[in-house]
Design a protein around this ligand. Structure first.
Ligand code: ATP
Ligand code: MG
Length: 716
């Protein structure tokens, strides 16, 4: 309205303006999805610079991802010109931590050119320590220790602060001791891991008054986006840094806290007013992102959580389309359906860049990737590797390649010592020598070298076993269906066991990816045909600038928005995840529900939720029931469609009455095409052998589903 108003203020609503203009003193912006929290924070940054309240180097702004940092930098750049050049303290906690640590490395015994280890390096180091400590790594995997150390670091605990109870969590009380050794070892090699980027900085701030004061003075203003997902160590940092000037502005949404598995504490929001007495709390209630139907649907789901702060949301946007719930027969149909709809949107003039598919678990991307490659639909995977590029998939493929093609040296090298078989660098070097000298592929050279006395007895035994395993698998390849062959190779080589030994969430994800790989193989005639497909997939990179549909996990989608969003795999055991259902209590389930809320609220115009009646799991067709979150969608905002004669709506009604939706479907009856197909693929296993999944937490009735779909009985 006022012509003289700076550009970043125009268009902001009154509470947003208040968040921007209340520059001094603590401010907490608490608001639901799409209410312009990030927009307000960006304008606030622009305001501080524009009014010269601070130099760019005097503002600490924390974003949740590097991508978000880049976006904020660009937006502020547009708003106030090039004043953002050199905003050194705009970034993620880790990026900011690395920068601070470089400056004060000597205070924690490092040199400022320290290396930052990736998880592979970290693990290798831990394994050496575990071995040296005479701990049975089979019983106490180094990976578990890695997870534990990470957890301690996220909590801000140094080795000295690990008490006996915590220490007990690894190798009968030796956790603390190994943590200490690990830290010493890192220091000796002038390195740190990701957790150290936060923990070391906290240690420095706590133990060095003058450094703390330096930063307390330096940071005139502190701002934090996605505050609900800060963990303890980040929280402690912020509290120390802001204690002096108290110009801190945090924005967040308790309903979008989805990283508790990585140590995030939503309680940090509740503590804010206590830590910073007199804080101004600003609520934003107007949503600018989504249509009323989308908001209504998201609100209906999240309303089932307890202990929420509770916020209002309204919008001026047109009511728009209802959220569509689509039931499909199985996973492949889901992928086909989404592909078709995306192409239809394209024909209607929408850009692929405005569309996204959100999955709950990484392994779900595979089916979509394969389908999109088949129909030539450009896609990108955000926040993770494309399926066939993931470490465990590349490893598994290397096993398959070496069975398929003994001369594949690259494959051989990749897996000859994965999992660790006790083949040292020396043994491998000798193998290479022989291969070169006799001009043989490595796997042939390996067979040859076993006849010599070149290797130590240990290396010889290890290599002998490996060569034997591969030879056996190659012999089996003639008789065994190739998915079964793959399963055996991965089992016999110890590869599956390597990931099973680890109890972390990451390992569970890798195992899921491996079974997804085996599942994918079933769609191809032979091992050769499958490998051919994969090499084509791997080559499908294309130009980065072209519009592409985005596939990503819900976790990676936080803070983002798309016109059209497909939410796939909304089935019990997938979403909510089986993990959350197996947990006692409702914590896990409530976090899944927040994920559902985040997922739905990414959509601006159109949200489509899909669930399949059948999924193939370990080669077996398993019937699945739609996610409870589907039932929680308020009827007014949803339009249900199913490719299976009304089964879905019947199911919705049943679930809300907490009844067993399969009660009147007899076991083993009502076999439809899915049964026959499954039996065919599996070489005629009877239906009775089907794996059944049991959902025993919520609702309290046990639903044991052995029939592929509730609607089969009604069909035709
Ligand atoms: P999330 O909780 O998902 O992170 P958010 O609260 O950070 O959401 P933003 O991403 O900042 O929300 O804003 C959502 C959308 O609304 C964006 O497209 C943004 O440009 C737009 N927007 C924000 N504020 C306004 C406003 N005052 N007028 C018009 N559009 C706005
Ligand atoms: Mg945001």
């Amino acid at each position: 309205s006022q012509a003289s108003e700076p550009p970043y203020l125009s268009g902001l609503n009154p509470p947003q303006r208040e968040a921007v203009l209340t520059t001094d003193g603590p401010v907490l912006v608490l608001a639901g999805a799409g209410t312009g929290k990030t927009a307000a924070l960006t304008a606030r940054l622009a305001h501080l610079l524009y009014t010269r309240r601070a130099y760019p180097s005097e503002i600490l702004s924390v974003t949740f991802t590097n991508k978000a940092a880049r976006e904020m930098r660009e937006r502020v750049g547009r708003l106030v010109g090039d004043a953002v050049e050199g905003m050194p303290w705009l970034g993620t906690f880790h990026a900011i931590g690395a920068k601070m640590l470089r400056r004060h490395a000597e205070l924690v015994g490092l040199q400022n050119n320290f290396t930052i280890l990736d998880t592979d390096d970290q693990l290798r180091l831990l394994k050496q320590l575990v071995l040296a400590a005479d701990i049975d790594e089979k019983r106490f995997p180094a990976r578990s220790l890695a997870g534990l150390i990470d957890e301690w670091k996220n909590k801000g605990l140094t080795p000295r602060e690990i008490d006996a109870g915590e220490s007990e969590r690894y190798a009968n009380g030796r956790g603390g001791e190994l943590y200490e050794q690990y830290q010493a070892r890192l220091r000796a090699v002038n390195a740190c891991d990701f957790g150290d980027l936060l923990l070391h900085v906290l240690t420095i701030l706590k133990n060095n008054r003058e450094v703390l004061e330096l930063y307390q003075q330096r940071f005139r203003y502190i701002m934090v986006d996605e505050y609900q997902d800060t963990n303890a160590v980040q929280y402690l940092w912020l509290r120390l840094l802001a204690q002096e000037r108290r110009n801190i502005c945090c924005v967040g949404d308790d309903d979008q806290s989805i990283y508790s598995w990585r140590g995030a504490q939503v309680e940090n929001i509740l503590k804010f007013e206590k830590d910073f007495p007199g804080a101004k709390v600003i609520l934003l209630e107007q949503n600018y992102r989504s249509t009323p139907h989308i908001l209504g649907a998201a609100g209906g789901v999240i309303g089932n959580n307890t202990g929420r702060l509770g916020k209002q949301l309204w919008t001026e946007l047109d009511v728009g389309e209802k959220v569509r719930v689509v039931g499909v027969w199985d996973g492949p149909e889901e992928a086909r359906r989404v592909g078709d709809e995306i192409e239809a949107c394209q024909r209607a003039g929408k850009s692929l860049d405005d569309m996204a598919i959100l999955v709950r678990a990484q392994h779900q991307t595979r089916e979509f990737e394969d389908r999109f490659i088949a129909i030539g639909l450009p896609y990108r995977i955000v926040g993770g590797f494309r399926f066939y590029e993931r470490q465990e998939i590349r490893d598994a493929l290397a096993y398959l390649r070496i069975v398929n093609q003994p001369a594949d040296d690259l494959a051989f090298e990749r897996i000859v010592n994965t999992p660790k078989r006790g083949l040292g660098d020396k043994a491998i070097a000798k193998l290479h020598q022989l291969a070169r000298a006799e001009n043989l592929p490595l796997s042939f050279a390996a067979a040859r070298i076993l006849d010599t006395d070149e290797l130590t007895p240990q290396a010889r035994r290890a290599l002998g076993n490996f060569v034997g395993d591969i030879a056996r698998c190659r012999a089996m390849a003639r008789d065994l269906p190739h998915p079964e062959l793959a399963r055996q190779i991965l089992d016999e080589s110890g590869y599956t066991a390597m990931w099973q030994a680890e109890k972390s969430a990451e390992a569970a994800g890798r195992l899921e990816n491996l079974s997804e790989l085996v599942r994918a193989m079933e769609e191809y005639e032979s091992l050769g045909a499958f490998l051919e497909h994969v090499s084509l997939v791997m080559d499908n990179e294309g130009l980065r600038e072209d519009p592409k549909v985005t596939i990503m996990t819900i976790h990676a989608a936080k803070g983002l928005e798309y016109d059209t969003v497909f939410l796939v795999g909304w089935e019990e055991g997938l979403f909510p995840s089986q993990r959350s259902l197996d947990e006692t209590g409702t914590r896990g389930l409530e976090e899944e529900r927040r994920l559902a809320y985040v997922a739905i609220t990414r959509a601006r115009r159109q949200a489509t939720i899909l669930h399949a009646a059948n999924r193939r799991i370990y080669g077996q067709w398993t019937s699945s029931i739609p996610s409870r979150f589907v039932a929680e969608l308020p009827d007014d905002h949803v339009e249900t469609e199913t490719t299976m004669s009304g089964g879905e709506s019947l199911w919705r009604a049943n679930w809300s009455e907490r009844a067993d939706p399969f009660a009147d479907v007899g076991r083993g009856t009502g076999r439809g095409p899915g049964w026959q197909r499954a039996a065919g693929t599996l070489g005629g296993k009877p239906g009775g052998d089907w794996q059944s999944r049991t959902f025993s937490r919520e609702p309290s009735r046990v639903v044991e589903s052995r029939t592929p779909a509730v609607s089969l009985g009604n069909k035709g």
